[in-house]
Design a protein around this ligand. Sequence first.
Ligand code: FES
Length: 320
Amino acid sequence: MSGGAKLKVRVAAVTPVNELITRFRFERLDGAPMPAFSGGAHTVVDMNDHGTRRLNPYSLMSDPADRSGYEISVRRDDAGRGGSLYLHRHVKPGMEMEISYPINLFPLDSRARKHLMISGGIGITPFLAQIAQLSAHGGRFELHYSARSRALGAYMDRLTAAHPAQVHCTFDDEKQVIDLKRVLSMQPLGTHLYVCGPKGMITWVLTTAAAMGWPAHALHHEEFLAPGTGLPFTVDLAASGKTITVGTAQSLLEAMEAAGVDAPYLCRGGACGQCETNVLACDGTILHRDHWLTAEDRAAGHKIMPCVSRFEGKTLVIDR
Ligand code: FES
């Protein structure tokens, strides 16, 4: 089934963390334990935003050993398409919702002798669960966490109190920057590097590590792209025999779902590859916004990732 099985949950708590971030706790309606997950997993929250269905992925930040509920933290995006605003403004304790079973596209690598984590802003959330998981078993880790200011450094107090030797914080408004080259040069052999945060930070960390000789298998990152907006476009769905129009603030995946077409997905953010779809005819330009397809795939123009990519032109026919 597209997106996997769903869990019926109740919103158990809504807790403001700072001026931009709010934490949500979900517990199962049937009172059973939540399905097990490992640090780095995410869930897709299914929202009915006044008639518009929104399906947004959020990292699970709670302790994987705690099966009584799941917690996510959501940064309000005033310029976004509405998912975070809906959660911040309309989701209250006691509400019933559906979320997906957990999916982990950013797991800890069990081959690592040490886990080096680099986080920016709300990118801290998967690391909270991973650190809880590692702490339970004496796993070795080091976290470098950058935030715009002390006030926006969500969970920094908790992390530095629990792990004063392993957690290092920097603040943009105090002109502090992670001393990346030094940090990368001081790691023992067998260390794996994980980065989650803004696109610029991910690129900086990965390219610096690669230039310093870190092996590709030891580099891990997570970045879910928001679908973004664009000009409306029309798509022919060959297998379904339908023609759909994708709206300005809608993704191709969302437009297919709204038309009753079953389309696969896991991350809904251009990262997992699950939604990859063959292009049967194209008279125009595919606006590739994923980071799944290779440069060769893009040049060939035979594939599209409907969760984030768009189209400009006359005709697009896809195999769905
Ligand atoms: S759903 Fe993951 S890349 Fe589209």
